[in-house]
Design a protein around this ligand. Structure first.
Ligand code: NAD
Length: 249
């Protein structure tokens, strides 16, 4: 079950954290994975090498998802080179935290340029290929804070709520082409993004998680891989929460 043999997948920001775990999980299920990176070429090469060491197929593809022209061209070129693009995991994202009284316009612009605009145009490029093939899987990485909000994360939460709107709109727009579009909303996952959180805040957060621990990137990647599989063919426009029970219902 959940095999992805013969499929080609692109994971934006696929070289570290949750993205790396997604790249590895999809490759383990048999997909050829295009590992996107923006600055960390070395990290991307290491991810590719780790996948290849386990007998998987992968290649590193560098582009900044905030650069619309470059993103569209790179995805079109990669799909042409491989003759297909079956899966897009729109994972790349940034967090810039600030109280709203201190927030700067450029912080909000940057958050939206990467987390929302970048994800939309990556999806646009992928959909062009998928609609011709009449099959495809797109999974966006949203966040628990897109649903719950979080003090100090107004801008970030706004982008992650926007990603849910994008998910549901594209699910409706491309259902007739058999392209499913879903989101995974992680809770508190141990990655570079969360290491900056202070000890006190971390302790408070742990108290609100029924499973009483932070999550692992691999636990998020497993949900992503499922939504990318043939077995998830009747799920679209949905949000799969991976949060240890922190938000239910
Ligand atoms: P991370 O910072 O470790 O990784 C983010 C990745 O995105 C990196 O590889 C980075 O290079 C890439 N990236 C950033 N800007 C980019 C750009 N302009 N173009 C291409 N790539 C770019 O973070 P993570 O924790 O692995 O987060 C992955 C996704 O999951 C993000 O969308 C994040 O918002 C979401 N998320 C994370 C958590 C968590 O607790 N870690 C919780 C909820 C949601």
């Amino acid at each position: 079950m959940f095999r992805l043999d013969g499929k080609v997948a692109l994971v934006t920001g696929g070289s570290r954290g949750i993205g790396r775990a997604c790249s590895e999980a999809l490759a383990a299920q048999g997909a050829t994975v295009l590992v996107n990176y923006v600055r960390g070429e070395e990290e991307a090469k290491k991810t590719v090498a780790a996948i290849e060491a386990k007998g998987g197929k992968a290649e590193a593809v560098g582009f900044d998802i905030a650069d619309v022209e470059r993103t569209e061209a790179a995805i079109a070129e990669a799909a042409k080179r491989h003759g297909r693009l079956d899966i897009l995991v729109a994972n790349a994202g940034i967090a810039i935290d600030n109280l709203v009284l201190r927030v700067k316009e450029e912080e909000i612009d940057k958050l939206f340029a990467v987390n929302v605009k970048g994800s939309i145009f990556a999806a646009k490029a992928a959909i062009k290929v998928m609609m011709r093939a009449k099959t495809g899987r797109i999974v966006f990485l949203s966040s628990i804070v897109g649903e719950m909000g979080n003090a100090g994360q107004t801008g970030y939460a706004a982008t992650k709520a926007a990603v849910l709107g994008v998910t549901k709109s594209l699910a409706r727009e491309y259902a007739s082409r058999n392209v499913t579009v879903n989101a995974v909303a992680p809770g508190f996952i141990d990655t570079d993004m969360t290491t900056q959180i202070s000890g006190d805040m971390k302790d408070a957060m742990l108290k609100s998680i029924p499973l009483a621990r932070t999550g692992r990137s691999e636990e998020v990647a497993a949900a992503v891989a499922f939504l990318c599989s043939d077995e998830a063919s009747y799920i679209t426009g949905d949000v799969l929460r991976v949060n240890g029970g922190m938000l239910m219902g």
